[in-house]
Ligand binder design. Structure first.
Ligand code: GDP
Length: 315
């Protein structure tokens, strides 16, 4: 990538897209193109095509998606499939048709089978059934990464994909019904601390294992891969460290300073029992994360408090 390249970041208001914009600017890339949802509807193929034709970016980072936690996904698999499929197909296909030279497509490790070997290698893709709670989202992301792979093979375009593990950081969604577990826990424990509540209710059994990565580490991995001449088609990006949901709850409780007692609501789903990605490939290429979970949590709690104080918190 050249410092003068025009870079389109799709989804620049989201947690991932905004982290990519911060990382690009910090690395000296100034020519960044962004469109809000109201300026460009990524579900509309003609609008996406005209946007690319008018702007002619050199590089595209596709970080736009409808995302949500286990509650949102399992209640609306159809919506997650429909919107994410259209976003993926429109943004990738029109990029190829209008001469975008380089494209990075972001997915999620939920594209891998529910019972994939752990840690999950990139080669586990499409080897068995998906996890039902987020099947719609996963299918759409699989379409997007396959489209990149086909275009690379058929047209020689360096379009490639990255699958991040569970992410957290500034700009996350703190909605307790629809958000992911980590921001939801921050909100629940922080609310309990502020209101002096005795009890915080969390979902499931607490025994599933999850891996977490700070979104600034993810953004550094995006730039790292975009700087490579010949990156792999598909690369996992994770911290390589997993915790049980129960351990995460203890860490979040400590980071917020809450004294609340934790109750587990077992009527809520656990989701996939374990989701650790195999990060040997990206590590072998020379990238490693820098922000460990305890430090990242403290930072995120501080940022959450600042967001609440300024009325900017996303719920
Ligand atoms: P997943 O990683 O795709 O399963 O999605 P989530 O981040 O939403 O959930 C991860 C795990 O955290 C699941 O096992 C949930 O049951 C558990 N969990 C515990 N408490 C909560 C909560 O308050 N909200 C959410 N979303 N998940 C929770």
């Amino acid at each position: 990538m050249l410092k003068t390249d025009k870079i389109y970041v799709a989804g620049h208001r989201g947690m991932v897209g905004s982290a990519c914009v911060r990382a690009l600017k910090a690395a000296g890339f100034e020519n960044i193109v962004m469109r809000t949802h109201s300026e460009l509807d990524l579900l509309d193929p003609a609008a996406v095509r005209s946007f690319y034709e008018a702007e002619k970016p050199d590089v595209a980072i596709i970080a736009a998606a409808r995302v949500g936690g286990i509650g949102a996904n399992s209640a609306a698999n159809s919506q997650f499939l429909y919107e994410n499929e259209l976003i993926a197909l429109n943004t990738v296909w029109s990029a190829a048709e209008t001469g975008v030279k380089r494209l990075l497509f972001l997915g999620s490790t939920c594209i891998y089978p529910r019972m994939a070997p752990q840690p999950i290698p990139e080669s586990a893709l499409l080897t068995s059934e998906l996890e039902k709670t987020n099947e719609g989202y996963a299918l759409a992301k699989i379409s997007g990464l396959k489209l990149c792979e086909f275009l690379r093979r058929e047209r020689g375009l360096v379009y490639h994909s990255l699958m991040p593990t569970n992410l957290y950081g500034p700009g996350d969604n703190y909605d307790t019904e629809h958000g992911h577990v980590l921001p939801t826990m921050i909100r629940k424990f922080e609310t309990a601390r502020v209101n002096g509540n005795q009890k915080v209710t969390l979902w499931g059994s607490g025994s599933p294992l999850r891996e977490f990565l700070h979104v600034d580490d993810l953004a550094s991995a995006c730039l790292f891969l975009l700087e490579m001449e010949n990156p792999p088609d598909l690369v996992n990006v994770g911290s390589g460290r997993e915790v049980t949901i129960r351990q995460l709850a203890d860490m979040v409780k400590e980071a917020t300073g809450s004294q609340a007692f934790i109750e587990w609501d077992r009527t809520k789903p656990d989701g996939t029992p374990r989701k650790l990605c195999d990060t040997r490939l990206i590590r072998k290429l020379g990238w490693a994360p820098k922000i460990d979970l305890a430090a990242g949590l403290r930072r995120t709690v501080d940022e959450y408090r600042a967001e609440v104080a300024s009325g900017r918190v996303r719920v």
